[in-house]
Design a protein around this ligand. Structure first.
Ligand code: FES
Length: 105
């Protein structure tokens, strides 16, 4: 991804500290996280079922799915705890002028 296209997803201030929100960005359901002062973005739908991760519990760099308590690393979308075995997508983030931009690829 040498020349990513950046899409405006939210205001930085829309995302509370140590929390997660869900947004639809260009038809895609994404979860936006703020943890330790950094913003991360992944798909919002769990790879195990139809649960929305924005309804889950964020702890450090891990989001816990509200349905069966599987966990993903929000930095790369990798599964961190059973029963999830399949990664979700994570998206590069840049902050500009107080806005959060995603490279949806
Ligand atoms: Fe997310 Fe089952 S739906 S862990």
């Amino acid at each position: 991804m040498s020349n990513p296209q950046w899409t405006d997803a939210a205001a930085e201030s829309d995302i509370p500290d140590d929390d997660v929100i869900g947004r639809e960005v260009e038809g895609r359901e994404v979860a936006l996280y703020k943890t330790r002062g950094e913003i991360y973005a992944t798909d919002n739908i769990c790879s195990h079922g139809q649960a929305e991760l924005c309804d889950g519990f964020l702890e450090g760099y891990e989001i816990e799915c509200p349905m069966h308590q599987g966990r993903f690393d929000i930095r790369n979308g990798q599964p961190a705890c059973a029963p999830v075995t399949e990664a979700i997508r994570s998206y590069p983030v840049k902050i500009e002028g107080g806005r959060v931009f995603l490279a949806l690829g």
